[in-house]
Structures are given as structure tokens and as C-alpha cells.
Design a protein around this ligand. Structure first.
Ligand code: KIV
Length: 265
């Protein structure tokens, strides 16, 4: 695998080749994922749950994110590293820029991911104009879990679906580089993916997206409680963690994952 850049990911979208993304929070997982051919490694604020044992992502701090991003970037030579802006690190455009700059300059990330749609447009424009690569996270927003009433599918009503689609289009026009869609119906995710020229990564959003992401602990069957519908345990039929990551890559690329049973209508 050559070094992955935004140019690589955009040309994969254009040629119709699916790409893959998994979360990593430490050097060993990041290395195994890179060796398995994972193009994008996400240092997600899901670390609040899978590393810190909290019920949500809300306790994750900027220092946590910088620490884990450093551990991942130190060993990655090829994968593209995306790192989450944690809860309350993006309350205005200047604060967001300074925090994003920390993830990139101190942490070694190549891109930052920010939750939210239309409300984040001005911030996205500000960051993009200053040369930062940004991913916008739409659909289910884990940092808004209490307002959303839980971890629930989004975009099922026509009004909600139109809002997510219009937000995605407006974010692309504002300069965002990737959209990540979480827990939306397959038809909506496919419509958004076709409407945009930038890549769309899905989780619980169906096979119509340009790429798939999962939390690595879910891929290895280490889900706390009942796994979500979109989760698949790839370790089940594998002999090692690296083989499980390889199977994830293979099954995304050959269209086997996600199957209809992993998606929402
Ligand atoms: O933090 C994270 O792991 C994420 C994924 C759920 C996409 O944002």
C-alpha cells in the first residue's frame, strides 16, 4: 500500500473502489490495521467508552485525544490518520482551529473529524480556508446523545432526511473533505453518496457509501452489551487480530460487508 492521502481517497471514490476505516487508539492496533491494508485510521472519541469504560464519549478531553493520536501516528507510515475533536472542543471557529491544530501538530493527525451539520458551516469554512483537512460527522451524533434521546437511527422522516442531505451538500460547498454518516437509512446514505463528489464513509449506513468504518473493538467481538445491528465480529472466523482486520478490508472491498442485515431501512 502506498502512502494514503486525500488525493488517493478522492480518486478511489471516482473509480468506485471502496476504502476502509477502523478506529485505533494505540500503536499495536494501528500497526496491525496498517499491515492489514486499512486506508484510514480513526482515533475516535469512542475511546471514552472502549478505553475509559464510560457510558458515552462526553468525558474525552483534548489531552486524551492528543495522547492517543500521538500513539497511533508514531507508528503509521502509510495510513491516513483522522482524529476526533472531542465534546466542547469546537464551540467557536477560533477554538476549533486551535484544537484541530493541536491534533495535527502535536498528535500527528492528517485530518480532524467534527460532529454536526449546518451549525458548523462557518467553522468548517474557517478551517478549510486555512488548509486543514476536515471530516464532518452527520446522522447519529454521539456527542449529542442526550439531546437525541439515545443512540438511535436518524433521518427516517422525510424532513430529517432532507436536512441531513442539505447539510452534507452545504458542508461540501464550505470545503469539507469527507463526510461520515452514522446510523441513517441505506437509501438516504446512498443518495448522499451519489450527490457528493467528496468521499462518504458510513457506519450503519449501508453498502452504498464509498467506505466503511467500525470501532475496532466491535470488529474483535469486544462490544460492551448487545452489539448494534451494524456491527460484525470478524475475529469469529479468524486466527488472529490482524487476520480479522484483513477480513474486514476484504469484505468491504468485495461488497460482502455491510450486508442487508447490518443496515437500516
Ligand atoms: O469515535 C468514533 O469511533 C466514531 C465512529 C463511531 C465513527 O466516531
Amino acid at each position: 500500500m502506498n502512502k494514503i492521502t486525500m488525493t488517493t481517497l478522492k480518486s478511489m471514490k471516482q473509480s468506485g473502489e471502496k476504502f476502509t476505516c477502523l478506529t485505533a487508539y494505540d500503536a499495536s492496533f494501528a500497526m496491525a490495521q496498517e499491515e492489514a491494508g486499512v486506508e484510514v485510521i480513526l482515533v475516535g472519541d469512542s475511546l471514552g467508552m472502549v478505553i475509559k469504560g464510560q457510558a458515552s464519549t462526553l468525558s474525552v478531553s483534548m489531552d486524551d485525544m492528543v495522547y492517543h493520536t500521538k500513539n497511533v501516528s508514531r507508528v503509521c507510515k502509510k495510513s491516513f490518520i483522522m482524529s476526533d475533536l472531542p465534546f466542547a472542543a469546537d464551540s467557536n471557529k477560533e477554538q476549533t482551529y486551535m484544537n484541530a491544530a493541536r491534533l495535527i501538530a502535536e498528535g500527528g493527525a492528517h485530518m480532524v473529524k467534527i460532529e454536526g451539520g449546518a451549525t458548523m458551516l462557518e467553522t468548517i469554512r474557517f478551517l478549510s480556508e486555512r488548509g486543514l483537512a476536515v471530516c464532518s460527522h452527520l446522522g447519529l451524533l454521539p456527542q449529542s446523545v442526550y439531546k437525541m434521546g439515545g443512540y438511535r437511527i436518524q433521518g427516517r422522516t422525510e424532513e430529517e432526511a432532507e436536512k441531513i442531505l442539505n447539510d452534507a451538500i452545504a458542508l461540501e460547498q464550505a470545503g469539507v473533505d469527507i463526510i461520515l454518516l452514522e446510523c441513517v437509512p441505506v437509501a438516504l446514505a446512498t443518495r448522499i453518496t451519489k450527490a457528493l463528489t467528496i468521499p462518504v464513509i458510513g457506519i450503519g449506513a449501508g453498502a452504498g457509501c464509498d467506505a466503511q468504518v467500525l470501532v475496532s473493538y466491535d470488529v474483535l467481538g469486544l462490544t460492551q452489551g448487545t452489539p448494534a445491528r451494524f456491527v460484525k465480529n470478524f475475529l469469529h472466523d479468524s486466527h488472529s487480530i490482524k487476520e480479522a482486520f484483513k477480513r474486514f478490508v476484504e469484505q468491504v472491498k468485495n461488497g460482502q460487508f455491510p450486508a442487508p442485515e447490518h443496515t437500516f431501512n
